[in-house]
Ligand binder design. Structure first.
Ligand SMILES: Cc1cc2nc3c(=O)[nH]c(=O)nc-3n(C[C@H](O)[C@H](O)[C@H](O)COP(=O)(O)OP(=O)(O)OC[C@H]3O[C@@H](n4cnc5c(N)ncnc54)[C@H](O)[C@@H]3O)c2cc1C
Length: 386
């Protein structure tokens, strides 16, 4: 019987399964996921769930009736795959033959040799939460979104928080200096301390920085980026240098062309975007968008239906919450950090900031202004037409 195998059981996997069923795929689907949990929502792990306590049941995504007959093999890892013979080997030795394969194994936290906490999974958050008690000295290494959100939540819980970051502003790569400096100001107003322009060289009880200064620390959190979970795909001639390189229809590519019966979705997929260049985007909304597109690509190729669809070209959309500030990002602001313009409002209050590359708007960041989101998204959509 024709079967689709989904490797990974996160949001992108769940949405792909739903879209496969919605697009008429009624044949068997098996999902293999390394974590013991069914798909759950990760964004609250650094925000409200970390603040109020992690309740696994609340984080789980509801499962639709249309996917009730899907086989979930949880707590199991795909160890290897042979794309030629269409067989995947699991960590318990089982070999699963498939007709279609969905790569949805996401990313994991990058680690430092400091034995600190990281937050990628529900279990990570369950381990960290009891340590965030009032007065605990928390050092967060890395001032990206995850680091800044943890810092804000820990400070809100009464911890004494220091953030160490080698760049000159938090979130500098993602949103540039102007907005990064403003977010630093908002964090500092709430008591978070920053050691910008510094790296950690060792931990010997204290956290020791590259200038020899020391930070007394009870809890270390490493928030230094992510690594795509691609190892199980090695040996198949794919470009795995940064996620899985795919074509515009989300099929992985080899030197001899796309692998038609395979698609990649979610955080792991790198694809050629006509406006923003070849890109890999770790945003929640991308899971649904890649899933919807890839499900149709996959069914079309397995069933031999020719496709004349336009290539995948989503509008990247991301949100964050820090100390009550809702940050909303559209497009890829990081591409336009050399030319940043205040579009509306005051930086210290609610505002809209535009990011330009060669004079063309490529990203918008809103601080507040939630009721205006669609308007600014539309402004960007009309600016970056190919
Ligand atoms: C703490 C946190 C906060 C976030 N906050 C925001 C936010 O505010 N806004 C936003 O837009 N985005 C946010 N994100 C990003 C968003 O959650 C991700 O984009 C999304 O979860 C990616 O889903 P995914 O299914 O691609 O990958 P994942 O959710 O990582 O799922 C992949 C799954 O595959 C499993 N796996 C890995 N290797 C194998 C294997 N070999 N075999 C089987 N299974 C395997 C993994 O264990 C994992 O369970 C946040 C992410 C985190 C971690």
């Amino acid at each position: 019987m024709t079967r689709i195998l989904v490797a990974g059981a996160g949001l992108a996997a769940l949405r792909t399964v739903e879209h496969l069923r919605a697009a008429g795929w009624s044949r068997p689907i098996t999902v293999v996921g390394a974590e013991p949990h069914p798909p759950y929502n990760r964004p609250p792990l650094t925000k409200e769930a970390l603040r109020t306590g992690i309740t696994p049941d609340v984080l789980l995504f509801p499962q639709r009736a249309t996917t009730a007959d899907v086989e979930w093999r949880l707590g199991r890892r795909v160890e290897a795959v042979d794309l030629l013979s269409r067989r995947a080997t699991l960590d318990d030795g089982d070999v699963l033959a498939y007709d279609g394969l969905v790569i949805a194994t996401g990313v994991r936290s990058r680690t430092l040799p400091l034995n600190g906490h990281r937050i990628r999974t529900m279990d990570d958050a369950l381990r960290l939460r009891p340590e965030l008690v009032p007065g605990a000295r928390v050092t967060v290494i890395g001032a990206g979104f995850i680091g800044c959100e943890i810092a804000a939540t820990a400070a809100g819980l009464g911890c004494i928080v220091t953030v160490v970051e080698p760049l000159d502003a938090p979130l500098q790569v993602a949103v540039g200096r102007l907005v990064g400096d403003e977010l630093r100001r908002r964090h500092e107003e709430q008591g978070v301390r920053f050691r910008l322009g510094h790296s950690v060289v060792r931990v010997d009880g204290d956290v020791v920085l590259d200038d020899g200064s020391r930070i007394g620390t009870d809890v270390i959190v490493e928030a230094v980026g992510s690594v795509p979970n691609v190892e199980w795909l090695e040996g198949n001639g794919l470009d795995l240098s940064n996620g899985v390189l795919c074509d515009a229809e989300l099929h992985p590519v080899t030197a001899s062309g796309p692998v038609n019966e395979v698609v990649a979705v979610g955080d792991i997929v790198r694809f050629p975007d006509p406006r923003f260049g070849t890109t890999r985007i770790e945003h929640w909304t991308m899971c649904g968008e890649t899933a919807r597109y890839a499900a149709i690509s996959l069914i079309a190729r397995i069933t031999g239906v020719p496709s004349d669809r336009a290539g995948f070209a989503p509008m990247p959309t991301f949100w964050s919450e820090q100390f009550g500030t809702r940050l909303q990002s559209f497009g890829v602001p990081g591409l336009g950090c050399e030319d940043v313009r205040l579009l509306e409002g005051e930086l210290a209050g609610d505002c809209a900031v535009g990011y330009y590359r060669d004079g063309i708007l490529v990203g918008v960041v809103l601080l507040g202004l939630r009721s205006r989101m669609l308007e600014f998204r539309q402004l960007l959509t009309s600016a970056v037409v190919v």
